[in-house]
Ligand binder design. Sequence first.
Ligand code: ADP
Ligand code: MG
Length: 243
Amino acid sequence: MLEAANIRKKFGGLVAVDGVDLEIGNGEIVGLIGPNGAGKTTLFNTITGVLEPEQETEITFNGEDIVALGTHEIARAGLLRTFQIVRVFGEMSVFENAVAGALFGTEESISQEEAEDRAREALAFVGLEDKADMQAENLPIAQQKQLELARAVASEPDLVLLDEIASGLTPGEIEELSDTIRRLRDELGISVFWIEHIMDAIMGTADRIIVLKSGEKIAEGTPEEIRNDQVVTEAYLGAEDES
Ligand SMILES: Nc1ncnc2c1ncn2[C@@H]1O[C@H](COP(=O)(O)OP(=O)(O)O)[C@@H](O)[C@H]1O
Ligand SMILES: [Mg+2]
């Protein structure tokens, strides 16, 4: 579904993402972990058209070259994301945010009524249906992240990229969110690429984990393999030493 070769992104002299190859298949939940500053968010930004990657970067989605496309076109092709720093339309209601998601990311033009139906379903899916009439900025941050997810779901994507969607949640809420992410795949057939620093959540949910450090992919494997990987353990210890 998503195939990328040699993703690179520089900021001046800093190579934030340094030649990453990756693939996300149909129906997969793939985790992306790595120390702070590893380049995880930048990787998402280059895939979703928020940032323009270096020239050698190749990214295809469902067979289509998406490197030169903007965020909106990529969304309409079926690839949606949430942001580490939450971005909801604060002055709009929760429901209006979800409707906007349905309208933004959907390829065929749909009626207002259809968009509202999809919005209602998406809010129910993440468990926000009771909050539909609230002003979005009045939700706690954790629920604003759920709303971002609902907004993505409302446009019926093939793949969603989640950037630290579990941070700030209680252990019980993390459990629920992990369940929601599994249901995304199992019930809606949506593939997931998920950045998370909460290890238990991602290790318990992902089929496969990719580890970044200093912009490079240093390991890839099942959660079990990653947990026992010496290189990964050292990467995290090294990162702690530096801070
Ligand atoms: N817009 C930007 N301009 C300059 N440097 C950036 C920008 N965004 C990120 N960086 C730098 O790129 C590196 C990777 O950052 P980021 O992708 O946010 O890491 P992560 O999400 O893994 O914590 C860091 O050194 C960060 O300071
Ligand atoms: Mg980040």
